[in-house]
Design a protein around this ligand. Structure first.
Ligand SMILES: [Fe+2]
Ligand SMILES: [Fe+2]
Length: 243
C-alpha cells in the first residue's frame, strides 16, 4: 500500500502503528479526525510531498521515491534524519538502558552483566555511526546542495568548496554500515542465554523496545540510502558536468 495525499492520516497509523514515531518527529499530534494527509500537513506547516516520501519509505521497504514528489530540499531530509538521531541517542537508548538496569537490580545474584555490557558497547557504536553522519556526511550533503544552488542561480563556474572535493555519496553508500545487526544478537542473548528472569513483563518490555528500535533503525538507514543519497548524487552529477 502506498500512501497518497488523500489517504486519511488515521488510516496511515492503522496501516502501520510504527509510523507514530515518524509523525511525532514531524511535530504532528494525534486527534486528526477524518482529515487527509494533505490537510493535516497543511495545517501543521509540513511539506506533504516530503512527509509522504518518508512515510512510504518507512512503511514499505521496496518503495522508491516518486519523482513528482521530489520538491523538498536536502536540508529537509537532513533535518529529519538529525531529529531521528537525537531520538535514538537521547530518548530511546537511555530508556532501554534504564530498563536493563532495572532488570539487573531486580535479579540480584544472577549474571545479567553480559546484557548490560553488550548494550553499552552497542550504544558506543551507534553514537560513533551517528557522529560520523552528523559531523561529516550531513554537512557534506548540505554543502553540495548550497553549491548546486549557487551554480544554478549564477550559471557560472565557481570555486568548489574543499569538502565537496574530498567526499562523495558513493563513498558514503559503500561504507554505510548496518547498525541493526548487533541488536539481533542482543535479542538472542535475552531470548536464549540469560538465566530466567522472574519479572516477565520487564524482559518482554526490553525485548519489544529492542525489536522496535531495530525496525526504526532499519527504516532510518533506508531513508538515508534511498532518499538522501540519490538526491545528492543527482546534484553531484550536475556539478561534475560543469566544473
Ligand atoms: Fe543515520
Ligand atoms: Fe546511517
Amino acid at each position: 500500500m502506498i500512501f497518497t495525499e488523500n489517504t486519511k492520516m488515521a488510516d496511515l497509523i492503522h496501516a502501520n502503528y510504527l509510523l507514530l514515531s515518524v509523525i511525532n518527529r514531524f511535530g504532528i499530534k494525534l486527534g486528526f479526525g477524518e482529515k487527509s494527509v494533505r490537510q493535516v500537513c497543511d495545517e501543521e506547516g509540513v511539506d506533504t510531498g516530503f512527509f509522504l516520501e518518508i512515510a512510504n519509505a518507512f512503511h514499505d521497504k521496496d518503495y522508491f521515491p516518486q519523482k513528482q514528489l521530489q520538491t523538498y530540499s536536502v536540508k529537509q531530509i537532513v533535518d529529519y534524519l538529525k531529529t531521528t538521531h537525537n531520538y535514538y541517542l537521547n530518548e530511546k537508548v537511555p530508556e532501554i538502558e534504564e530498563l536493563i538496569d532495572k532488570m539487573i537490580l531486580k535479579q540480584e545474584g544472577r549474571s545479567l552483566d553480559l546484557v548490560r555490557d553488550f548494550f553499552g558497547q552497542y550504544r558506543h557504536e551507534l553514537a560513533a555511526h551517528i557522529r560520523h553522519e552528523d559531523e561529516l556526511v550531513f554537512p557534506y550533503a548540505l554543502e553540495v546542495e548550497a553549491f548546486y544552488k549557487r551554480l544554478r542561480e549564477r550559471g557560472e563556474v565557481l570555486e568548489v568548496p574543499s569538502i565537496v572535493k574530498k567526499f562523495s555519496m558513493k563513498k558514503f553508500s559503500k561504507e554505510h554500515e548496518n547498525i541493526e545487526d548487533k541488536l539481533y544478537d542482543l535479542k538472542n542473548i535475552l531470548i536464549k542465554y540469560t538465566p530466567p528472569v522472574d519479572d516477565h513483563a520487564l524482559v518482554n518490555h526490553i525485548l519489544f523496545d529492542l525489536f522496535s528500535l531495530e525496525k526504526d533503525l532499519n527504516d532510518h538507514s533506508r531513508i538515508e540510502d534511498k532518499i538522501m543519497v540519490p538526491k545528492v548524487v543527482e546534484m553531484e552529477k550536475a556539478i561534475a558536468s560543469v566544473i
